[in-house]
Design a protein around this ligand. Structure first.
Ligand SMILES: Cc1cc2nc3c(=O)[nH]c(=O)nc-3n(C[C@H](O)[C@H](O)[C@H](O)COP(=O)(O)O)c2cc1C
Length: 400
């Protein structure tokens, strides 16, 4: 039997959460409810208590529950937290870390996966503030279901209706069924880094982040608690992964070190090998040139893959590097496997199918470990991610 903590905020769809409770109970799981003050204007706590057969919580300063620090304990006792319906108001508070009620305090102190079912008027949903808040909450790794399109209680039509109870329950089931990597933690780097030269110019590369993002998405779907550290990319971050956005190689290294310890680490980002020795405070001018040339000394960045791979304390159980070469691909990749002390290397050449690997959906890679070398051929980046994750599952089964 799984335990679900259902938080109900004050939207017109609050009454539909009663059906969700019935569905959860019908499947044999346990549900405890927290209602915001506004929610109690729409529905009676008594109905939630009767259907859930558990005490219903509404007040942060409820003496009985606060002797056990109730706002912390409620999520500790649960396997999953569900916020349905989620009002524009509670989403805004969450994105700013406000904890001015029992519901928002539980959400801020939550240490379990959180499923959010938004429900609001179409204009509220499309408001740039709400959009920004949703983006922030997705970045924190929360999972969204809906909203649906349709006619609303207010008479307007569009996106904002709370998802159907059966769709919310399907997501709950998915989140509660353990994937093969459940209980494992993973770190994935993705995208390029950018190294400033002056306030307006930088050194970078054309990495799109598609490969790293596909790996992070797959790991998370397999149950791994996944942290994506992403350089500047133009693709959406996957749902259900925690994201740290960085710009420079140094910021990426710091974020990786802060993310330790993890079980699985995959370094798919195209990290700049060099940065400007001195970043000019002002925009460099043509007049700074000498005989039409400008002297721009570069200094090598710390090698993130090597640094993490050679950490003595808390080294990840599995360290995987990506390498891109324009010549001697396999020889060079094997050299990196040894020199950087990593467990596996995925090697790809700069062009695939006569197109640049960057921003391409396809990737032609070779997989190298100390004992194997496999050419995987030309595959979509999503399939490369699947094949890699399949190897990771096998690695942990063998090592377990
Ligand atoms: C009749 C009525 C219906 C409402 N429906 C919604 C709704 O569906 N979604 C929403 O975001 N806010 C809705 N609101 C506004 C919220 O109730 C209001 O923002 C409230 O402060 C939310 O509090 P809470 O987020 O703490 O539950 C409605 C208000 C009224 C009076």
């Amino acid at each position: 039997m799984k335990k679900i903590l259902l938080i109900v905020s004050g939207g017109i769809a609050a009454y539909r959460s009663l059906d969700l409770i019935r569905e959860i109970k019908r499947r044999g799981d346990d549900v405890t409810c927290v209602l915001t003050k506004s929610a109690t204007q729409f529905v009676q706590p008594l109905s939630f208590g009767a259907l859930s057969q558990n005490k219903v919580y509404t007040d942060l300063f409820d003496l009985e529950s606060e002797t056990n620090i109730g706002h912390i304990k409620l999520s500790r006792d649960a396997d999953l937290v569900v916020l349905a319906p989620a009002t524009a108001n509670i989403l805004a508070k969450m994105s700013y870390g406000i904890s001015d009620s029992l519901a928002t305090s539980v959400l801020l102190a939550n240490n379990k996966p959180l499923l959010i079912a938004p429900s609001m008027n179409v204009k509220m949903w499309n408001n740039p503030s709400t959009k920004e808040n949703i983006k922030t909450l997705k970045k924190y790794g929360h999972i969204f279901v809906g909203p649906d399109n349709g006619e609303m209680a207010c008479g307007e039509t569009g996106a904002g209706k709370m998802s159907k109870v059966e769709d919310i329950y399907k997501e709950i089931e998915l989140l509660l069924s353990p994937g093969p990597l459940t209980g494992r933690t993973a770190l994935v780097t993705s995208g390029p880094t950018i190294e400033p030269i002056d306030p307006v110019r930088f050194i970078s590369n054309q990495s799109s982040g598609k490969q790293g993002h596909a790996i992070a998405e797959r790991l998370s779907k397999l149950g791994a608690d996944t942290h994506l550290i992403s350089g500047p990319v133009n693709i959406p971050h996957p749902d259900n992964v925690r994201v740290t956005e960085v710009r420079t190689a140094e910021e990426m290294l710091n974020a990786c070190q802060e993310s330790m310890p993890v079980d699985i680490s995959i370094f798919a980002a195209a990290v700049s090998d060099w940065r400007a020795l001195k970043v000019s405070e002002n925009k460099l001018k043509k007049s700074d040139s000498l005989r039409n040339q400008i002297n721009l000394p570069l200094i090598q960045n710390t090698d993130i893959l090597k640094t993490i791979s050679e950490t003595n304390i808390n080294r990840p159980k599995l360290v995987v590097g990506f390498t891109l070469e324009t010549q001697n691909l396999i020889k060079s990749a094997r050299g990196k496997l040894t020199n950087k002390s990593c467990d596996w290397i995925i090697a790809n050449s700069q062009t695939q199918d006569n197109k640049s690997v960057f921003n391409n959906e396809m990737n032609e890679v070779s997989f190298l470990s100390s004992s194997t070398e496999e050419g995987w051929g030309l595959l979509t980046k999503k399939i490369v991610a699947e094949k890699l994750c399949h190897k990771i599952i096998k690695f942990f089964n063998v090592a377990a």
